[in-house]
Design a protein around this ligand. Structure first.
Ligand SMILES: NC(=O)c1ccc[n+]([C@@H]2O[C@H](COP(=O)([O-])OP(=O)(O)OC[C@H]3O[C@@H](n4cnc5c(N)ncnc54)[C@H](OP(=O)(O)O)[C@@H]3O)[C@@H](O)[C@H]2O)c1
Length: 331
C-alpha cells in the first residue's frame, strides 16, 4: 500500500457503520416488489448506469450481477468462530442466491474458515453461474485480530484450504487479501500466478492496494478486480477506482454501507431516502451502483431482512440531481 491510498483491512469495523445507519429511515424492503424474488435486471427505460450496466464481466468472461453479498458478517462476534444462530446464517446465504445474487465475497480469515464452510453447507452443489470470490493473505491470531502473511508458501496452503472448505477444484476469483510489508508484492502475486497456471485459480484479484501496487502486480499476473474500502463518505481510494474504471477491472468496495461519519441530521442521503420511501442504506448502495459501471458492492449482513433491503437497492434509481447532491456529501 502506498501514499494516501493506504488502508487498514478489516479494522475499526462497526463504529462508523452505526453512525451511518443512524440515518436510516422508512421501509425495510420497500423496493421488493413484483411477483419474482429476483431483483436484478433493472428497468431499461431509465438512463442510469445501473439500468444500462446491471452486470459486469470479471476478466471479460465471468458475468455477475453488480450487487453482490459479503459473507464476513455471517460468522461469530469479532468475525470469529461460528455465528450464534447457524441456521440463520445458512438462510441468509440461500436467500441471497434466491434474490439473484451471484457474487459472494468471503475469505479464509473470516471465522477463520467458518464463512467458507457455511457457504458450502448452504449452497453446495452450487447453482450455475454463482461466483465465490475468496481471499488469502491475512491470518487470525484471535477475535478482531488480523495479521498479514503473504509469503508464497502460506498463500499456497491457504488456497488449498479454501478449495477444500468450499468443495471446489478451482476458485473463480482468488484475491490477495492485503499487501504484506514483510514480503515483496511480486513474490506474493507470483504464488497466485503459479496456482493459476496449475488450474486452481480462474481469475486473480487484489485487495487493499494502491494504483502503483496494481500496476506492479499486473506485470506478473493478469488482475481482474480490486477490493478496497470505499463508500459515500470514505473515498480515499478514488484514484484506484478511476484506474479500475479505465482498465475495466471490477472494483469491490468493502465497508460499502459503513460510512456516514459526520453526516448532518438533514443531508441529501436522508432526503433522497425520504423522497423514495426507502432507507438511507438503500440510497447509499444505489449511489455506489451509479458511481461507476465497474462498481461491485458487497454489503454484508447476518440478517435476512437487512439482506432483502440491501439487495432491493439495485432497483432504486436516483435522479441525476439527487445523485449529484449525495455525491457532494463527500466532496
Ligand atoms: N478486503 C477487505 O479487507 C475487507 C474488509 C472488510 C470487509 N470486506 C468484505 O466486504 C464486505 C462488506 O463489508 P462489511 O460487512 O464490513 O461492511 P458493510 O457491508 O458496510 O456493513 C455491514 C454491517 O452493516 C449492518 N447492516 C447491513 N445491512 C443493513 C441494513 N440494511 N440496515 C442496518 N444495518 C445493516 C450489518 O449488521 P447486521 O448483520 O445486523 O445486518 C453489518 O454489521 C464484508 O462482508 C467482506 O466480504 C473486505
Amino acid at each position: 500500500m502506498a501514499g494516501d491510498e493506504s488502508l487498514k483491512p478489516e479494522q475499526a469495523l462497526g463504529v462508523t457503520r452505526r453512525q451511518f445507519l443512524g440515518t436510516a429511515v422508512a421501509s425495510g424492503a420497500a423496493l421488493l416488489v413484483g411477483k419474482s424474488d429476483v431483483i436484478f435486471g433493472a428497468d431499461s427505460t431509465t438512463a442510469s448506469k445501473m439500468a444500462s450496466n446491471p452486470t459486469f464481466a470479471l476478466g471479460g468472461d465471468l458475468t455477475v450481477n453488480r450487487l453482490g453479498f459479503g459473507a464476513m458478517r455471517i460468522t461469530g462476534e469479532g468475525i470469529w468462530g461460528w455465528p450464534p444462530d447457524r441456521q440463520n446464517a445458512l438462510k441468509v446465504l440461500r436467500r441471497a442466491v434466491d434474490l439473484g445474487v451471484n457474487l459472494i465475497d468471503t475469505a479464509d480469515a473470516y471465522g477463520p474458515d467458518t464463512s467458507e464452510l457455511l457457504i458450502a453447507e448452504a449452497l453446495h452443489p452450487y447453482p450455475k453461474g454463482l461466483v465465490i470470490a475468496t481471499k488469502g493473505g491475512l491470518t487470525r491470531p484471535g477475535p478482531r485480530d488480523w495479521v498479514p502473511n503473504c509469503r508464497p508458501e502460506h498463500l499456497k496452503q491457504a488456497l488449498e484450504g479454501s478449495l477444500k472448505r468450499l468443495r471446489l477444484d478451482r476458485i473463480d476469483l482468488y484475491q490477495l487479501h492485503t499487501v504484506d510489508r514483510k514480503v515483496p508484492l511480486e513474490a506474493s502475486v507470483g504464488a497466485l500466478k503459479e496456482m493459476q497456471d496449475a488450474g486452481k485459480i480462474r481469475h486473480v484479484g487484489l485487495s487493499n492496494v494502491s494504483v502503483d501496487e496494481i500496476e506492479r502486480a499486473r506485470k506478473i499476473v493478469p488482475v481482474v478486480s480490486v477490493q478496497n474500502r470505499y463508500n459515500i463518505e470514505d473515498r480515499k481510494t478514488e484514484k484506484t477506482l478511476a484506474y479500475c474504471e479505465k482498465e475495466k477491472l471490477g472494483f469491490l468496495p468493502w465497508f460499502p454501507i459503513g460510512g456516514g461519519r459526520g453526516l448532518k441530521p438533514e443531508n441529501p442521503l436522508e432526503k433522497a431516502a425520504k423522497d423514495h420511501g426507502v432507507s438511507a442504506v438503500q440510497v447509499a448502495i444505489a449511489w455506489l451502483l451509479e458511481r461507476s459501471p465497474v462498481m461491485l458492492p458487497i454489503p454484508g449482513t447476518s440478517s435476512v431482512p437487512h439482506l432483502e433491503e440491501n439487495i432491493a437497492a439495485a432497483k432504486l434509481i436516483l435522479t441525476p440531481e439527487e445523485w449529484k447532491a449525495i455525491d457532494a456529501l463527500a466532496s
